[in-house]
Structure formats: structure tokens, C-alpha cells
Design a protein around this ligand. Sequence first.
Ligand code: GLN
Length: 258
Amino acid sequence: MSLEPKQMPVQYILGEWDFQGLSLKMAPPVFIPRPETEELVEWVLEEVTQRSHVVGAQGGPLILEVGCGSGAISLSLLSQLPQSRVIAVDKGEAAICLTHENAQRLQLQDRIRIMLLDVTLEGSWAHFVPWGPMDLVVSNPPYVFHQDMEQLAPEIRSYEDPAALDGGEEGMDVITHILALASWLLKDSGSIFLEVDPRHPELIGSWLQSRPDLSLDLVAVRRDFCGRPRFLHIQRSGPQHGCPTDAWPGPQPPRVPG
Ligand code: GLN
């Protein structure tokens, strides 16, 4: 065990940090947004602008963010897509409070609904029923392989909530739940954008092949600024399995075993 005092991350010392040109309040133990996640947001913005047909009934996309942390992804999408509406969920109370504070700080609170919710718990899908089908699901989930947690920088391990980082044995524990939920929530041709570990594109690709019932295809992988495959675009295929959009919501989403 190291006897050196752990330096608090600079973002927590300053109490605020920039993300996509927005100044966000930061407070331990809420996950500090990393620069690569800005690339995820840029990719989502590119896709939404290119596919302007990706719109909800009220004229802008309806977006779900799973694991909102400080609100960085949701609030930057809201600020750059003036017609969009966002539902932001997190299983941590501190994260929910901070997203609320940041939404107020940026005066974006009118188009965001923030909910304390753990998507890995059975029945969590029921909370989304009132919203109807979504255009997009975005997440930077906990994806660190459990055995890699020890290798994270000491200041991260001492101050950041491990629940925002630890994705279980293969880093997929939360990701598989997001995929099953998204398959049920998304409109036909709706999209999921995820930040993942560089080993995940292959793992998630084969997991999706083993779950044809989800009707999800891995359509693109993007590298981060370090050249590592880091971002996934997964799309829901068109109407099939006798489940047209007007039958939404179906009885309940497909289950993730375990
Ligand atoms: N990129 C983060 C890190 O390595 C992990 C982010 C996450 O699990 N969502 O610290």
C-alpha cells in the first residue's frame, strides 16, 4: 500500500470543468467527464444533423442517456440540439443532484428529465413507458474490466465512484442491460451510441449475434484520439418479429440472463 497522500483530481479542486464548451460543476464522487467522451458527443451530433429525419413527435430527437454522471453528455446534446429532449438516468444520487445543478446552471432544465434509476434492476423499463419510443440512446457506461480497476490512477480510485467505472468481469455488466433496454425502447432504425473499452467492439459484436431477438446491429466503430476503437454505433433494425412501432410498448423488454 502506498503511503503517499492521494492528490485530489484537479477537476474536483477547481469545482468545475469544461466539456464541449460548457462549464460544468464537478464534485466528488461523481465521474469526471473525459476528453474522449467529447468525441462521442461530436459523433452523435454529426449523425443527428445528417439524418434530420431522426426526429421525435415534437420536432427534435428524444434521447435517453444512461449513466449521466455530471450531465456532461445530456447537457451538451441539449445545448447543441435546440429541439431535442433528454431523459437522463443514473443509479447514483450524487450524480442525479449534480446533473440537476448543472442543468439549472446552464438553463437547460426545461428539456431534461432526470431520474434516479438503475437500469440493471428488473422492471426499470417500466419507468420509460410514459415517454414512448426513443430516437437515440447514448451512454458512457461503466466499462472498465473488473480486474483492470486496480490499475486506474490512485486519485481516480480514491475519489471517483467505482460504480461509474467497474463494468464487471468483461466490462459488459451494464452494457448488456443497456442494449436489451434500448432494443425495446428505440424506434425502428433508432440508434445507440456507446463509449467502450477497445476490447468491446468484438465482444459486443458477438454478443449481439447471440441475441438476434434484440434486432440490433453494430453498424460502425470509431477510434478515439489515441487511435483505440472506443465508440460504437448500434442500430435497431426496421420492423420485424411482428412488433410494429404502433404496438409500442410491447409487454416487457427482453431479459439479460444473470
Ligand atoms: N475512460 C474511463 C477511464 O479509463 C472509463 C470510463 C468508463 O468506465 N465509462 O478512466
